[in-house]
Every structure is written in C-alpha cells, then in structure tokens.
Design a protein around this ligand. Structure first.
Ligand SMILES: [Zn+2]
Length: 135
C-alpha cells in the first residue's frame, strides 16, 4: 500500500510571492517561478488524524469482510434443507451487497474529505498571503 504523501513527515517550501506550498526538491516556485521562498515548514502528521486514509482503510476492511462472510454462507448451502440453503444464499449476498455499498460510501466520504482539506489548505494559504501583504 502506497504511503499517502500528506501523512508522512515532509519538508515543504512556501513561496513568498504567491503562497504556493511545494516540495523542497524544486529549485523555484512551480506556480509563479519565484525564487523567493519563505523557508521550510515541517508538515506534522500528528497534528491531524488522517481521517480520509482511515475511511479508505475501513472501506477496504468492509468489503473484504463482506466477501469472506458471503463465501462462508455459500459454503454452507450444501445441506439437505432447501429452505435453509436458500436463506444462506440470500444472507450471503445480502451481506456482500451491504458491505460493498458501505465500502463505496466510505471511499466517497474519504474522497470528499480529502478535497475539503485541500480547499481549506488553499484558502488558508491565500489568507496568509493576504495578511502578510497587508501587514
Ligand atoms: Zn510562487
């Protein structure tokens, strides 16, 4: 599983001119080309729980569990009782369907959260830029 770039500790540079944050591997600002950098900022992963990664993880667990349970139920459909077999199939696929829907919901929530956080960061960077220009 790939490590999310915003979860690990990383050093970022912030452009003095446009407020863009970027990796310290850049020689100049990728947005405006300025070489005036505010300096290093360490993005601390403990400062905020990586909720979107958590949601993705739970989503994966959900559908994996659902698939396992579904197989478990289908494995027990070879009894003599036809009604029981039928209910086993219904329950198995019911749980599978529920787990898949839950997983998709969790993925969607995670994706939404990621976008919201990205927008928040941009807004904050813009605010910082304005306040530094004003003062
Ligand atoms: Zn810039």
């Amino acid at each position: 599983m790939a490590v999310k770039s915003d979860v690990i500790v990383k050093t970022v540079l912030r452009c003095e001119k446009c407020g863009e944050s970027f990796s310290d591997s850049f020689e100049q600002c990728p947005k405006c080309g300025s070489r005036r950098f505010e300096g290093y900022t360490v993005v601390n992963p403990i400062s905020r729980l990586p909720m979107e990664s958590m949601l993705r993880f739970v989503g994966h667990v959900m559908w994996l569990m659902g698939t396992a349970v579904c197989f478990g139920f289908l494995w027990n459909t070879n009894t003599d009782d036809a009604t029981r077999n039928w209910w086993m199939v219904v329950a198995g696929f019911g749980i599978l369907g529920f787990s898949v829907v839950s997983a998709i919901t969790l993925f969607a929530l995670g994706e939404m959260l990621k976008r919201i956080i990205r927008v928040q960061r941009r807004v904050r960077a813009m605010m910082d830029d304005h306040s530094s220009q004003g003062g």
